[in-house]
Design a binder for this molecule. Structure first.
Ligand SMILES: *Cc1c(COP(=O)(O)O)cnc(C)c1O
Length: 366
């Protein structure tokens, strides 16, 4: 079986280096928010071209704390796409705010025109989360311009887009604040959970540091409301710092695999994703097919594992108990029925890529 992901293969070449780091951390006496976290924060911020990074426990916390840093609180509205597995939506709900679901374009990214229109329907839009889905930058410049004129804060969700670049700027350097995840399968992944919030505005970073630790202004002084415990471990920060110089190469290999799929897959019933430029770090390779489930079964039969990112839009999730029943977001709903992800990770070898292409091209036509 050609797997959708293979973390063992990814980490194997790093085994000795990571073991040495682990031994150092164990002997150091610093385990949470120590010098290794500070060093990684600085290195990652510099790599992204952003002034400050604040390490946190995971990407969903990063989104929540980013929203709190720009002042989102109970009763506020936050615009969010419905096709990113509830990550942004969960963060909005955790702030006591209300999601304003905005439909996406055919590539699954927020539609700026839909955002403008939906924003007219509410009187207190505080922020918008722009998700760079599947590793591709959204229309972030357009949204930043619009949001600045409206007084709406922009939070970038970069959990799938580490290093994606446009006009010399990387993901995370466009909005007011940006959230990253270092979950193991991400383009830059730890050996456990981890996340970071980046901001080019130092005053936001100055709020984020207390927010990740109980709202402390000083030890045991809880000055800032909305504080949480969401800290990054020394071990994960040191691992991530060691991996950071390899990220560019990993992204290049992901992009090459995606380009091979674009060049090799020829099928009238399969719609391939756009992308392939430097604004695309190919976190996932997601095609569309109206007979998606039949395609998945066909590929599985030929030894190709696939996944669906994502099968149920947020506004249809059972946790809302029908609250958004009347809301129709046609593109998001359609994508949920049609999307299928092919294996796309740096350690996939050329023979496997060819086998995936051949399996796709062998899908019987209607
Ligand atoms: C993975 C992911 C997150 C959440 O990150 P966790 O570390 O799993 O909490 C948020 N947004 C997107 C787009 C993601 O892919």
């Amino acid at each position: 079986m050609i797997p959708i992901n293979a973390l063992g293969r990814h980490i194997a070449p790093l085994q000795n280096e990571l073991a040495r780091i682990a031994a150092e951390v164990i002997g150091s006496g610093h385990y949470v928010l120590g010098p290794g976290v500070r060093a990684f924060e600085q290195a990652f911020a510099a790599w992204c071209g952003v002034a400050e990074a604040v390490g946190v426990a995971n990407g969903t916390d990063a989104l929540e704390l980013a929203l709190k840093a720009v002042g989102v609180g109970p009763g506020d509205r936050v615009a969010v796409v419905p096709n990113a597995a509830m990550y942004g939506t969960s963060a909005v709900l955790a702030c006591g705010a209300e999601p304003l679901f905005v439909d996406v374009d055919a590539e699954g990214r927020i539609d700026p025109a839909a955002l403008r229109e939906r924003a007219l329907a509410v009187d207190r839009l505080k922020a918008v989360i722009v998700t760079h889905l599947y590793g591709r930058l959204a229309a972030i410049e357009t949204i930043v311009d619009w949001a600045a004129a409206q007084g709406v804060a922009v939070v970038e969700d970069c959990a799938q887009a580490h290093g994606a670049m446009r006009g010399g700027r990387r993901a995370g350097a466009f909005g007011d604040v940006a959230a990253f995840s270092f979950y193991p399968t991400k383009n830059l992944g730890a050996l456990g959970d981890g996340g970071a919030v980046l901001s080019r505005r130092p005053e936001l970073a100055a709020r984020l540091r207390p927010l990740r630790q109980y709202g402390w202004s000083a030890k045991y002084h809880n000055a800032l409301p909305g504080g949480r415990n969401s800290r990054l471990d020394e071990l994960q920060a040191r691992f991530l710092h060691a991996m950071l110089p390899r990220l560019e190469g990993w992204n290049a290999r992901r992009r090459a695999i995606a380009q091979a799929y674009r060049a090799g897959i020829r099928h009238p019933d399969l719609r391939l994703p756009e992308g392939g430029g430097e604004d695309d770090v190919a976190h996932l390779f997601v095609l569309r097919c109206e007979r998606r489930d039949a395609l998945a079964a066909h590929l599985h039969g030929l030894g190709v594992q696939t996944d669906i990112h994502y099968p149920l839009p947020d506004h249809r999730q059972p946790c809302f108990a029908g609250r958004y029943q009347a809301l129709q977001l046609p593109m998001a709903e359609r994508l949920a029925r049609e999307v299928l992800s092919l294996p796309c990770f740096p350690e996939l070898d050329d023979a496997e890529v060819e086998a995936v292409i051949a399996a796709c091209n062998a899908f019987p036509e209607t």
